[in-house]
Design a binder for this molecule. Structure first.
Ligand SMILES: [Zn+2]
Length: 110
């Protein structure tokens, strides 16, 4: 669901949702297998655009939809490959912690 006052936040969530990715992958493989191999390029492009848009939107505040700012990052004491990044909303002070590993996956850690 995309709420109009939380458009960016919801759009980012939607683009990162596993259901959408699996759905798109299923539709994509159907087109490629049964219609034409050419569709591989179209769906690859679509996935590329999705990730690009998600990257462009960046982290968003769940309460006011504002862009979150990175206010600090510190290394994990036990694991040097783990970083703890703190994100804060400049408007209402909402904070969230992000844990990133040296080799973060395609989606990172939410
Ligand atoms: Zn906010």
């Amino acid at each position: 669901m995309i709420r109009s006052d939380h458009f960016m936040y919801d759009l980012r969530e939607l683009l990162g949702s596993l259901k959408l990715l699996i759905g798109l992958l299923a539709i994509g493989s159907f087109f490629v297998l049964y219609i034409s191999l050419q569709y591989v390029y179209i769906f690859a492009l679509l996935f590329g655009i999705m990730f690009a848009v998600r990257g462009l939107i960046g982290r968003r505040c769940p309460t006011c939809d504002g862009a979150l700012k990175e206010i600090g990052a510190e290394r994990d004491e036990k694991n040097v490959f783990v970083m703890h990044i703190t994100w804060r909303c400049p408007r209402d002070g909402y904070e969230e912690k992000e844990e990133t590993k040296g080799d973060a996956g395609l989606f990172g850690v939410n």
